[in-house]
Design a protein around this ligand. Sequence first.
Ligand code: FES
Length: 185
Amino acid sequence: MELSQPEPNEGPRKDVIIINRRSFFAVLLGLVTAGVGTLLAIPVLRYILYPLNAITGEKGWSSVGKMTEFTNLRQPIRKMITVTQLDGWRKVVTQQTVFVTHGAKGKPQVLSAICPHLGCNLAWHKKQNEFVCPCHGGRFSPTGQHVYGPPPRGMDPLPSKIAGGELIVHFEYFREDVPNREVLS
Ligand code: FES
């Protein structure tokens, strides 16, 4: 773009904008660049903002073992499971301990090994026929009912189902030291 200079005898100055071919292409190039930039920014923005929309802490189902292991449960069986949790951009993989016990109608029931009092790991004591907490002496029956000590409720059951001949579980964390079970994540 160029501004014409007024001639000395032209009278009052009038600025006239002349758009020549060079400035036209400069404007066009600017518009094309802005358009391409916007198109490229959309997927990048979507990627950056995805974790804000995603449900954080989302966990899948974990295998506990083949159902044949749990058909004749005489006492609780301790199992380690692998829990995969999506937390924003990160995939967090942890190992958790659960117990498989007798449930209703002969189905196996999966219990969290985290003590509902203050979160210590419970252990199965075969001789006592009880779960025992090493921290404050809380005790639970073989099916997870509260028997003795400071825990305000029984052991926490986890959602489980049978798929492809395997027992699978959805691991959850619960609020500690409250009488009513409350899922945290
Ligand atoms: S943490 Fe288990 S009884 Fe306190």
